[in-house]
Design a protein around this ligand. Structure first.
Ligand SMILES: [Zn+2]
Length: 321
């Protein structure tokens, strides 16, 4: 099969590799569509904390089961599935608390094991979530990025009727906005880039100074400073976007958090249940995403697609193997 392979940081190649076969508890999936996100760009160009080489990247996968290993029940060949990208141990304190994304032994598809930038991908059966017939592949693929947003919104303890400021109007910022609306909150998107702001509809300009929740979905120190300065008393600020290592020692006034009883909370990835919740929201239309698709391209044009992400000139890019 054809696959994108990263052997060293900074480059990748399109290779013919052997089609893997599922072992016990695994299935093989023929990839229908895979989503490209900024993390893939980071992983290929500069590396990532969780990346183990050589690797087929791709952590957003929707496809059809094409082969089944032993000890697999509940799924059959021909079934359409979404793959929750993590495999957790199920026993450690993080797993037991429902945060398997923080599992001590977390293995992520596209990072620790081969991902969906290929014609086929192997996945453990416990990572699969079946997709309803009425949900097209190009919508179901948003389950992964939306899951990460739902995890962040859950950690923010966002309540109905609260206001939420979201910094960054990229695909993640827009999904956070729509997820927050679906949860009954009032979102405001703050985007300093005029061109980005005009790319799609659906935002409001910030018309207020304080928010109950601030989420930063852009890797910028300035955005973090602004978000922290726009927190209401008892407000929560979510560290959703990572910062470059040299920028992450941002100075924070802890007395502000003390006097106003505010909370600083991190969010990274998602749990299996967020995948289920995301697919529900997508299937019943509570979160609409179709207008967020800016490009559909053959997977083999990955370099062109990465350049679009680099220049921030698109929104969601879907790749077809
Ligand atoms: Zn664990």
């Amino acid at each position: 099969m054809k696959a994108i392979v990263v052997e060293q940081i900074g480059s990748f190649s399109i290779r013919n590799v052997n089609i893997p076969h599922p072992v016990a508890g695994e299935v093989m999936i023929r990839v229908s569509v895979t989503g490209l996100c900024r993390t893939d760009l980071k992983l290929i160009r500069v590396g990532h904390r969780d990346l183990v080489l050589p690797r087929v990247p791709g952590e957003e996968v929707v496809g059809t089961i094409s082969e089944i290993g032993t000890d697999v029940s509940g799924f059959s060949c021909g079934q359409r599935v979404y793959v929750y990208p993590g495999t957790a141990c199920g026993k450690c304190p993080a797993c037991k608390s429902g945060a398997e994304n923080l599992c001590e032994d977390m293995r992520i598809m596209g990072f620790h094991r081969d991902g969906g930038f290929a014609e086929y991908v192997l996945a453990p059966v416990k990572s699969l979530i079946s997709i309803s017939d009425k949900l097209p592949d190009e919508i179901a693929i948003f389950a992964e990025p939306l899951s990460c947003c739902l995890n962040a919104l859950e950690l923010s303890r966002l309540k109905k009727g609260e206001t939420i400021g979201i910094w960054g109007a990229g695909p993640a910022g827009r999904l956070l906005c729509r997820g927050a609306s679906a949860l009954g909150a009032e979102p405001f998107v703050i985007e300093p880039d005029e061109r980005r702001r005009s790319l799609a509809n659906g935002f409001k300009k910030p018309t207020r100074n304080g928010f109950d929740v601030c989420i930063v979905a852009v890797g910028s120190v300035e955005a973090y400073k602004e978000a922290i300065s726009h927190l209401n008393p008892r407000g929560r600020v979510v560290v959703f976007s990572g910062l470059a290592p040299d920028a992450s020692n941002l100075q924070i006034d802890f007395n502000q958090f003390h006097y106003y009883e505010q909370t600083l909370v991190g969010a990274y990835g998602c749990s299996y249940r967020h995948g289920q919740q995301a697919l529900e929201f997508l299937a019943d239309g509570r979160v609409k995403v179709k207008d967020l698709i800016s490009h559909k391209m053959p997977l083999w044009e990955l370099e062109k697609a990465l350049k679009l992400v680099e220049k921030r000139s698109g929104l969601k890019i879907l790749l077809y193997p």
